[in-house]
Ligand binder design. Structure first.
Ligand code: XUL
Length: 512
C-alpha cells in the first residue's frame, strides 16, 4: 500500500497524478501543455504544422522536454515523493518513435547534469514521429489489404488503418530505406517514454501493442508474416510485447534530481484509451465509455476476442485482462475549438448561446481534418443549413449534436448500453453531457476526475506492484460522482436527426 504515480502523454499535454491506496485520495493533476509551455518546439496543438492535412508528425524532443518540465513541477509540489511505490503511464496510441543503435547506451548513461532532450537527441534515427492523426498511409494500407485480406482483422483486431503503427513503419521503410536500416528500435509513444523513465528499453503492453496491425491477438505475439511484409528486419526492431501488469524496470538515478528516490518499480505503460478504460472502472465487463479529448473515442471491455463488426472498429488488449473494443473519431476537441474560435467566445458564452437553440434541427459533417471514422481523406465541413450565416448557438449545437450522432451511427449498438461513462477534458461541458444522453437515450455518468488515463496508469501501477485487485481499486477510485438522465421526449427528434446525418454523409461521400 502507499502512493502510485500515473502519467499520461496525450496529444497536447503530459500530465501526472498521484493516488494513495491507504486513504483513497487522488491528487490534483500536474501538467505541461506542449503548445503553451514549450512553444519553441513549434507544435501549438501537439504536432508540427504541415500544409498537407494528411501528414501529422510530432517532435519526440518535445516529449522529452515535457518530461523534464513535468518532473520539475512535481519536485516543487507537496506530493510525498518518497512514498511512491510504483509508477506507470499511458501514451497517445499508434505514434512511432525511431531510434538508432546508440539509444541503449544513451539511456543507460543519462546524467542529471544535462536535459533528456540534449542527451537523447543523438539516439533518434528519424527526427519526427508520425502520430495517430496522420492519414498519409493509404497506399500502404491498400498493400496490406491486398496481401492479407480479412486475416488482418481476424488476427490483429483491426483492418489496416492509416494511423496504425504498421502502415506508418511501412511507409518510412519504403520511402527512407537508409534511415530505416539505421533504425535499431521502433517504439510506441508509450514504450518510448517508459524507456526514458527507466533508462533502458521497455516493452510494449497488449493494450497499446494491439494498435499496430502487428500483434496477433490469438497468440499475443508479434505476427511474423505481417511484420516481414511491412519492413525488412522489423521483428528484431520491435520491443517485446508483454501483459500490462509487467514490472520490467526501476527508476534510475537521473530522476533523483527531482526528489524521487532511485529504484521505484516501473510498470509497463499502455495506450491512453486502454489506460482510460481502467480509470473509468472498465476492468469490469459491460461498461461503455466515451472519451472526449483531442480524439473522441467510444470503447468498452470485452471478455474474449471477437472481430469488430465494422471496418473502422478495433480490438485492443484490456490492461485488466481480456480485450476492449474501440472506435476513434479524429475530429474531437480540435474541431470544437475551431468552432469556438470562429466566434471568439469563451466556452461559457458559447454554451449559453447553444443551450437556447432548439435541439436536433441542424446537422453538419464536422470533418475539419481527415477523419478516421468514417474514413474521410480530406477535410470536409458540410451542413444542411447556412453555416456561414448561422448564429454561434446554432453552429455550436449543430457541431456537438453531429459529433454525438456520428458516434451513435458508427457504434452500431444492437441495444443501448445501460449507461455511458464520460471522460476526457470536454466531458466537463454540461451541454455536451446532455446531448450525448439525449442522442443515445441513455443515462450518462461522470467520475470525480476527467483524467481517467493518468488515473488508470496509477491504478495499473498499484495493481502490478502491490497486487491490489482491480475490483478493489475500482471501488475505491472510480466512483460515479454525477448522473445525467436523457430527456425522453427528444428520442424522436434525434431519430430524425440521425437519418438527416446519414443522408448528408451519403450525399458528400456516396461510398459511406
Ligand atoms: C485511438 C486513437 C486516439 C489516440 C489519441 O485509436 O487513435 O484515441 O490514442 O489519444
Amino acid at each position: 500500500m502507499g502512493c502510485f504515480l500515473g502519467l499520461d502523454a496525450s496529444t497536447q499535454s503530459l500530465k501526472a497524478l498521484l493516488v494513495n491506496t491507504d486513504n483513497g485520495s487522488v491528487s490534483d493533476v500536474i501538467s505541461v501543455h506542449f503548445g503553451k509551455e514549450l512553444p519553441e518546439f513549434n507544435c501549438p496543438d501537439g504536432f508540427l504544422p504541415n500544409e498537407d492535412s494528411k501528414v501529422r508528425h510530432a517532435d519526440p524532443l518535445l516529449w522529452l522536454a515535457a518530461m523534464d518540465l513535468l518532473f520539475h513541477k512535481i519536485s516543487l509540489s507537496r506530493w510525498p515523493l518518497t512514498e511512491i511505490k510504483g509508477i506507470s503511464g499511458s501514451g497517445q496510441q499508434h505514434g512511432t518513435v525511431y531510434l538508432n543503435k546508440e539509444i541503449g547506451a544513451l539511456l543507460q548513461n543519462l546524467t542529471p547534469a544535462k536535459s533528456l532532450a540534449e542527451q537523447l537527441r543523438p539516439g533518434l534515427s528519424r527526427a519526427t514521429a508520425p502520430i495517430w492523426m496522420d492519414a498519409s498511409t493509404t497506399e500502404e494500407c491498400d498493400l496490406l489489404r491486398e496481401k492479407f485480406g480479412m486475416r488482418m482483422r481476424r488476427d490483429t483486431g483491426s483492418d489496416a488503418a492509416e494511423r496504425f503503427s504498421g502502415p506508418q513503419i511501412m511507409k518510412f521503410a519504403r520511402e527512407e530505406a537508409e534511415s530505416w536500416a539505421g533504425t535499431g528500435r521502433v517504439h510506441l509513444v508509450s514504450s518510448f517514454l517508459a524507456s526514458v523513465l527507466a533508462g533502458e528499453s521497455m516493452p510494449v503492453d497488449y493494450g497499446d501493442g494491439a494498435g499496430m496491425n502487428l500483434l496477433n491477438l490469438h497468440t499475443l505475439q508479434w505476427d511474423r508474416d505481417i511484420s516481414q511484409f511491412i519492413a525488412p528486419g522489423l521483428l528484431a526492431k520491435l520491443p517485446k510485447c508483454v501483459p500490462s501488469c509487467t514490472v520490467p524496470g526501476k527508476l534510475p538515478a537521473y530522476f533523483t534530481k527531482y526528489g524521487l528516490p532511485a529504484g521505484i518499480p516501473l510498470v509497463v505503460w499502455s495506450g491512453d484509451n486502454p489506460s482510460s478504460l481502467i480509470g473509468c472502472g472498465g476492468a469490469t465487463r459491460g461498461s461503455a465509455v466515451i472519451s472526449l479529448g483531442t480524439s473522441d473515442t467510444f470503447f468498452g471491455s470485452m471478455a474474449t476476442f471477437s472481430e469488430a463488426p465494422q471496418r473502422y472498429g478495433h480490438v485492443f488488449g484490456n490492461p485488466a485482462g481480456g480485450f476492449m473494443s474501440l472506435i476513434c473519431f479524429t475530429n474531437g476537441s480540435l474541431a470544437r475549438e475551431k468552432m469556438r474560435q470562429k466566434f471568439s467566445l469563451s466556452w461559457e458564452e458559447f454554451n449559453q448561446a447553444a443551450e437556447v437553440v432548439e435541439p436536433g434541427k441542424r446537422i453538419m459533417l464536422p470533418f475539419f481534418m481527415p477523419e478516421s471514422t468514417p474514413t474521410v481523406a480530406s477535410p470536409c465541413v458540410h451542413a444542411d443549413f447556412d453555416l456561414d450565416n448561422a448564429t454561434p448557438g446554432e453552429s455550436l449545437r449543430a457541431l456537438l449534436e453531429s459529433q454525438a450522432l456520428t458516434m451513435k451511427i458508427h457504434a452500431e449498438l444492437k441495444q443501448p448500453p445501460s449507461f455511458i461513462r464520460l471522460t476526457g477534458g470536454a466531458s466537463a461541458n454540461n451541454l455536451l453531457q446532455q446531448i450525448i444522453a439525449d442522442v443515445f437515450q441513455t443515462e450518462v455518468c461522470l467520475g470525480e476526475s476527467p483524467e481517467s488515463a493518468a488515473l488508470g496508469a496509477a491504478l495499473r501501477a498499484a495493481n502490478a506492484v502491490e497486487k491490489i485487485p482491480f475490483e478493489t481499486l475500482t471501488k475505491q477510485f472510480c466512483k460515479v460522482s454525477r448522473r445525467i438522465e436523457p430527456v425522453r421526449e427528444r428520442a424522436s427528434v434525434y431519430d430524425h436527426a440521425l437519418n438527416n446525418f446519414r443522408k448528408l454523409l451519403r450525399n458528400a461521400h456516396p461510398d459511406k
